[in-house]
Design a protein around this ligand. Structure first.
Ligand code: NAP
Ligand code: ZN
Ligand code: ZN
Length: 365
């Protein structure tokens, strides 16, 4: 049954899917399950394009044995919309509520991690796309007209938040908010570095500033300096390929959130850390990074990782964003622009997140 696309389920759905590792997306008819007792069904209005969507549809992580693409693949895990139907036992949502879904749609709900609201680290976590759901069918993401999701894996979007600019919070937002909190990089007076000014990176600048830290952006793109400082509120900007600038900032940072999507050298970043500084990797390059250990040893520095966030923390992040008026800087695009958008994302040519206007531009064929 896995991979079946058309009539397995009663709710007709329509989206765009990649059929192979060319990653080219095209229209795709499929189906979604009936609204179960704990489920909400919603009309998708906007979906952000995460670099993980691009890694996935091109099967770039396939060789790492971690996540292999499962075709046809309907990507999209920064999904927002409006609830159209709720199951009998649903408590958090009513028809008409604004709703968001991020990277996961299931977990065991009984392991230690689930018990600590860390469903994102559950060994049985189910991804929004590319996983096999409990009924044996593939999960399909938000480049589609409707979603059906267990209410536990959906968050409330407060009425005053713009849906288009909020969509990227569901993955990019929580992915940077969670490590800032967990690794203690959330205290006023600390100095945080953000490496890679893309979808995740620009959210990291906004959250880190709202938490009261000083922020340095470390980027390969010198032309992003003005925006980083003037629009996003970063305090300093370093061009990572300029050894003099990097040298001058040696030992200045308490922690770094590294969002880079491609292999890159870690030594220059570790050198930016103070003694006991923390380098936190959230970017997911398709090849292993080289880790020089001497500079870690010599300064009791640490390297850590972080993956999205649990459902409770995701709601906390949304509510924090609502309070501090944090939203993504977006370029809204029509559905049929998606393949061009993917090419531009590959070249880091977006300020700073593409969001697909599903509600107005996804037309069933
Ligand atoms: P993005 O918008 O493409 O941003 C990545 C940024 O990395 C680029 O804008 C660029 O910034 C920098 N970069 C790209 N290639 C580089 C290279 N060769 N060397 C140095 N810097 C380079 O991507 P995103 O959506 O933010 O995602 C970033 C990464 O995080 C992806 O690998 C994605 O899969 C991963 N991710 C992880 C999680 C998680 O839970 N851990 C969640 C979501 C995404 P500059 O122009 O400023 O250099
Ligand atoms: Zn993502
Ligand atoms: Zn679990």
């Amino acid at each position: 049954m896995a991979g079946a696309s058309e009539d397995v389920h009663p709710q007709k759905a329509f989206g765009w899917a990649a059929r192979d590792s060319s990653g080219v997306l095209s229209p795709f008819n499929f189906s979604r399950r009936a609204t179960g007792e704990q489920d909400v069904t919603f009309k998708v209005l906007y979906v952000g394009i995460c670099h993980s969507d691009l890694h996935y549809i091109k099967n770039e992580w396939g060789s790492s044995d971690f996540i292999s693409a499962n075709y046809p693949a309907v990507p999209g895990h920064e999904i927002v919309g409006v609830v159209t139907e709720v199951g009998m036992k649903v408590q958090k949502f009513k028809v008409g509520y604004k709703v968001g879904v991020g990277c996961m749609v299931g977990s065991c709900r009984s392991c230690d991690n689930c018990g600590k609201n860390l469903e994102n680290y559950c060994p049985k976590m189910l991804l929004t796309y590319g996983s096999t759901y409990y009924d044996g069918t593939n999960t399909y993401g938000g480049y589609s007209d409707i979603m059906v999701v267990d209410e536990h894996f959906a968050v409330h979007i407060p009425e005053n938040m713009a849906l288009d600019a909020t969509a990227p919070l569901l993955c990019a937002g929580i992915t940077v908010y969670s490590p800032l909190r967990y690794y203690g990089l959330d205290k006023p007076g600390l100095h945080v570095g953000v490496v890679g000014l893309g979808g995740l990176g620009h959210m990291a600048v906004k959250f880190a500033k709202a938490l009261g830290t000083k922020v340095t952006v470390i980027s390969t793109s010198a032309n992003k300096k003005d925006e980083a400082v003037k629009r996003l509120g970063a305090d300093f900007f370093l061009v990572s390929r300029d050894p003099e600038q990097m040298q001058a900032a040696t030992g200045t940072l308490d922690g770094i959130i590294d969002t880079v999507s491609a292999p890159h050298p870690l030594l220059p970043l570790i050198s930016l850390l103070k003694t006991e500084g923390k380098l936190i990797t959230v970017g997911a390059p398709d090849k292993p990074l080289e880790l020089p250990v001497f500079p870690l040893i010599m300064g009791r520095k640490m390297v850590g990782g972080s993956g999205i966030g649990g459902m409770m923390e995701t709601q906390e992040m949304i509510d924090f964003a609502a309070k501090h008026d944090i939203k993504a800087d977006i370029e809204v695009i029509p559905m049929d622009y998606v393949n061009t958008a993917m090419e531009r994302l590959h070249k880091a040519d977006v300020s700073y997140r593409f969001v697909i206007d599903i509600g107005n531009t996804l037309k069933a064929t």
